[in-house]
Design a protein around this ligand. Structure first.
Ligand SMILES: Cc1ncc(COP(=O)(O)O)c(C=O)c1O
Length: 415
């Protein structure tokens, strides 16, 4: 096993070597979408050149598509610690949640209630509110403490009761960066027979996911947040998927998975591209995580993500220590460098006297890419008292300590 090597890791991402007007790009926009690894690009091309054909035909390109789809779904199963028939691809997380909300809400009755959160991206809030309005169902919110950025787990008992039909929450926040105790929230929902949906969009780039351990009916992710193409990828527990009767499918489509819950022709290129992202994580595991090339794909991906976490922890500590010395900056998330294990490297902040857009613009002048706004986590922005939004800088394993220093230099200069 070699020790972490920034050069080798960055070499696996073609976009990282690009510059504009002589200025190197500094990508600190990962929570909005990461850069795409070379392996994902190679696999995407394969799907579009080597075997560009629809499924189910007798000719070689279609046969290859069928074989690859099986392989991709097996790999996606390993990504979630699930089986190949427990995953579905879609356009993105939002579309997938809307799609499943229609089936899940069918049995809701007036007088029922659902629980969503004030920290989640609206992809796992808005679709449920709309469904609740249609069915005359009450919407309850799990709050978080705007000082600690942790959920009010103590309120779960009051919020969840025998009429709770759905519990929807997020694993890691795209706003505060908090990693939430989703096992606890899911267990509370499961105790009353509620359907549970966990948004793992922001945890997926940083840690191995374990659907069996989390125990949720659904985990929703987006491969473009973890070094792959624009797509959505969802885990659906088998018995839960089977309970969605009738599925929203057209009549000639097979009842087998994934077709039953993935209507229409999918983006084969996005599916293979996602496979390439898994290969990248596995490569990280072999290179820097001590995984044997003979180990399972899941073991290699998990080792890769664990190695990435060690590197990202160093980045987070450096950033948080830097910000500590900047009284003009207010962070909206866990700020203690000793507590970084409780967060992902996504940092929302405001700069005294400056609009979030102006802050992002100042970074852009240095070719440093950061976001501003509420990132569709609109409840979270309101809860921390920033309805106008914040600036957000998000790191991934391809970022370096030197880049963190460069970001801190610009931030320090904004006083
Ligand atoms: C936590 C979280 N959930 C859901 C989404 C929506 O994902 P998609 O764009 O794939 O619909 C995002 C996108 O930023 C997100 O950060």
């Amino acid at each position: 096993m070699s020790s972490w090597n920034d050069l080798a890791v960055r070499g696996a991402f073609p976009a990282l070597s690009l510059s504009d007007k002589g200025l190197a790009r500094l990508y600190a926009d990962a929570p909005g979408g990461t850069q795409v690894c070379e392996r994902a690009i190679v696999r995407t091309r394969q799907a579009m050149v080597d075997h560009c054909a629809n499924e189910g035909g007798p000719f070689c390109t279609s046969v290859a598509t069928d074989q690859w789809l099986l392989r991709v779904h097996e790999a996606a199963g390993e990504f979630f610690n699930a089986d190949a028939d427990e995953v579905v691809f879609g356009l993105n997380t939002t579309t997938l949640v809307f799609h499943f909300s229609r089936m899940i809400a069918r049995n809701w009755r007036a007088g029922d209630n659902i629980l969503v959160t004030r920290m989640d991206h609206d992809a796992n809030v808005g679709p449920w509110i709309l469904a609740a309005e249609e069915r005359g169902v009450t919407v309850r919110f799990l709050d978080f403490d705007p000082e600690t950025f942790l959920y009010r787990y103590d309120q779960l008992d009051q919020l969840i009761d025998a009429r709770t039909r759905l519990v929807a929450c997020n694993h890691a926040s795209n706003f505060t960066g908090t990693i939430n105790d989703v096992r606890r929230i899911v267990a509370a929902g499961k105790a009353v027979g509620a359907v549970t949906v966990v948004d793992v969009v922001q945890s997926a780039p940083h840690m191995a996911l374990d659907a069996r351990a989390i125990g949720s009916d659904i985990l929703a992710s987006s491969p473009y947040k973890y070094f792959g193409p624009h797509a959505g990828l969802m885990y659906l527990r088998r018995d839960f998927a089977d309970s969605l009767v009738p599925p929203l499918k057209v009549r000639p489509a097979p009842m087998t998975m994934p077709h039953r819950h993935a209507p229409g022709t999918p983006s084969f290129e996005a599916q293979l591209g996602t496979y390439g992202a898994f290969e990248h994580l596995a490569w990280l595991g072999e290179q820097f995580g001590g995984a044997s090339p003979a180990a399972s794909l899941r073991a290699r991906m998990s080792a890769g993500l664990a190695a990435a976490t060690v590197h990202e922890t160093a980045l987070s500590v450096r950033f948080l220590n830097g910000v500590r010395a900047m009284p003009h900056v207010t962070l909206y998330g866990i700020a203690d460098p000793a507590a970084v294990a409780g967060r992902v490297p996504t940092f929302s902040f405001s700069v005294r006297g400056q609009a979030p857009e102006a802050v992002a613009q100042r970074f852009a002048e240095h070719n440093q890419f950061i976001w501003y706004g509420n990132f569709y986590a609109m409840e979270a922005a309101l809860r921390v008292g920033r309805p106008e939004g914040v600036a957000r800088l998000g790191l991934a394993h391809y970022n370096t300590l030197a880049e963190v220093d460069a970001l801190l230099e610009v931030l320090g200069g904004l006083r």
